[in-house]
Ligand binder design. Sequence first.
Ligand code: NAD
Length: 314
Amino acid sequence: MSAQVIDGRACARALKESVAAAIEQLREGGARTGLATVMVGNGYSSAAYERRLRRLASDLDVAYFPCHLPATVSQDDLVSAVSGLNAAPDVSGILVLRPLPGHISEAAVFQSIDPVKDIEAVHPENAGRLALGVPRYVPSTAASAFHLLDKWLDSVGEDRTAFYHRSLVVVVGRSSNVGKPAVSLACDRQAAVESVDEWASRTGSLGRHTRRADVLIVAAGRPGLIGAEHVSDRAVVIDVGINPRPGPGGRNRMVGDVDYEAVAARVRAITPVPGGVGPVTDVWLLRNTAAAARALSARERNGATLLLSSLELP
Ligand code: NAD
């Protein structure tokens, strides 16, 4: 048996059209959609992400404000840079790219972001809202994993609600930016949920969890972590991992956390890398940036603080 391939690029194209329409509508209503990224140092993955966002913002005619700071920047200067973006009227969304250097407290930087501009929900207020099931913004990677799942379920004619209610979702990796939000989203869908991290691998129990999964979301940053022996033939596999590996001609190529050939030969459906979660994540971030423009505009007009339920874009 060979898995159905869940095409992230096609899904991203469709999403991009709806985000473009929403941004246009916001513009007509006087709301300004603008994305600011803050990059400290020049890490390979952050720089590649920043280039993709710059291109996408340009395609969508969204103002883009890149802020580059040296790896030696002090925490106070980094927080001041974020405060400047909080005050900038043309910036609706702020993304602080990870990783930050070891001398910087991520928590202090995230806490300095205006919660209404915090499009990755890293401020404790937004992370708390997500955990409580009343999000202001859903972090783009976890949102994209479930968007791909939902669209795939639609494409095969399965009822989303019934599917999640009877499914076990296993999430490999428990970071605050991907694994934990994915667990929250699976809980919101009333699925049975298991979260495993590197201790499951160290103790040899990873496969015992993953083989039971109806949906397996893998976000560990370990190329080839999941092989054919870790999955069942009913699994739908969402590979979040993006790992640079030296390719031909000295150029890097990206591989996921899943051994694609081996796993695709066994499971029901799978996302490839590249071309799976990544392209959708990029567009989702712009979607959140547009939602933030709507929220800021409401705050300016009448002091209202909107939640996701009232921020939904078409
Ligand atoms: P992270 O390093 O912050 O967290 C990794 C998590 O995986 C931790 O909970 C860790 O305990 C767990 N882990 C590590 N080794 C493991 C193992 N052997 N077995 C089981 N669990 C293990 O990473 P992150 O920011 O969550 O990112 C994870 C991966 O997802 C990376 O490859 C990253 O590049 C990728 N990523 C992709 C997107 C996208 O849009 N597709 C977005 C963000 C991150």
